[in-house]
Design a binder for this molecule. Structure first.
Ligand code: SF4
Ligand code: SF4
Length: 323
């Protein structure tokens, strides 16, 4: 009997939703589990790092890696998996472009540690104790990973063959990727495994999106009623559809919520946030500076809105403290 393909799943800086997405394959997961040998899946099975280190190089057919690279341990793991794998699939928004963890690039490592261990209102730490990279306890040498100063996407650390977009990728896209791998019908390396068109083109509300949006104000979903039929951007909600790759089948819009951009940009867009700002700002009704500022005041968190999933991969990459 031919050997089954060896598959690894690993997670770095992420929320766990991408692991849930694999389980969301529902009964299809049984077919996957029958067709492959899972050699690593920390969230579900007890494999150790030494098990992977002992494997010959390139003996894992494919590693699905989700999450951004925040710590020294994550970097060690993804470099190890790169060496042991024929293919690496960057799985989900955090691996692809930094995701929500990437928003930490607005702060230095020192600012993050100081707030988390000293200044946060819920912390009581008079001794200002912080985690140490190494220490001795009852004769045992203990070590902990440390934080890098910036969050990076997976492809800023190792080479990846394919990218599955989404927060998380949908079961349909995951099943398509697994089927392509198992059948050997692989697209060219570097392919993002979802359609290379903007979300607006597959949106059920696209016919209600006017050419001239005439934006007089921006509204927020929790404080304004939303018309369930009309284009969300035309209603003044910051729907990221014009700057976001399709493939999710407009999940959020069908749930009457604006797209927040988790599928990242299409191949023709270098910077998702800049693309969105340039297309939206030109549609603001006031043309004088004070009027434009008044409209933009309706977006209280521009970085969290325009770069929610992609700050490390953007042209900005991080905020620099010049003080
Ligand atoms: S802006 Fe949003 S709601 Fe409007 S067509 Fe595009 S994806 Fe749909
Ligand atoms: S609508 Fe936007 S935020 Fe929602 S799943 Fe699709 S790409 Fe992601």
């Amino acid at each position: 009997m031919p050997e089954k393909p060896k598959v690894a799943f690993y997670w770095c800086a992420s929320c766990g939703g991408c692991e849930e997405a694999v389980v969301d394959l529902a009964e299809d997961i049984l077919g996957v589990v029958n067709a492959v040998d899972i050699v690593l899946w920390p969230v579900a099975m007890d494999f150790k790092k030494k098990d992977i280190e002992a494997r010959p190089d390139k003996s894992i057919t494919v590693s699905f890696i989700n999450g951004a690279i925040r710590t020294t341990e994550q970097e060690e793991w993804v470099r190890l998996l790169r060496r042991k794998s024929q293919f690496v699939i960057s799985f989900g928004a955090c691996a692809n472009s930094g995701g929500i963890p990437g928003l930490a690039n607005q702060f230095t490592r020192e600012q993050i540690l100081k707030f988390s261990y000293e200044d946060s209102p819920s912390v009581s730490n008079e001794a200002k104790t912080r985690p140490q990279a190494s220490c001795q306890d009852e004769g045992h040498a203990l070590s902990l990973p440390t934080l890098h100063n910036v969050v990076r996407s997976l492809d800023q650390v190792i080479e990846v063959e394919y990218t599955l977009p989404g927060c998380p990728p949908t079961p349909k896209l995951i099943a398509g990727a697994v089927t392509a791998l198992l059948s050997g019908k692989l697209p060219p390396k570097g392919t993002v495994l979802s359609p290379d068109i903007a979300l607006c083109e597959e949106c059920p509300r696209k016919d209600s999106k006017p050419a001239d949006l005439a934006l007089a104000e921006f509204k927020r979903p929790h404080s304004s009623p939303i018309d369930p039929e009309k284009c969300l951007l035309a209603q003044g909600f910051t729907c990221m559809g014009p700057a976001t790759r399709s493939g999710c089948e407009a999940l959020c819009v069908k749930g009457n919520m604006p797209c927040t951009g988790c599928f990242g940009p299409t191949s023709r867009v270098r910077d998702q946030g800049a693309k969105y700002v340039s297309s939206v700002v030109s549609n603001i009704v006031p043309k004088d500076e004070a009027g434009i500022d008044a409209v933009l005041a309706g977006i209280p968190d521009p970085i969290g809105t325009f770069y929610r999933y992609g700050m490390p991969k953007s042209i900005l990459r991080r905020k620099v403290d010049l003080s």
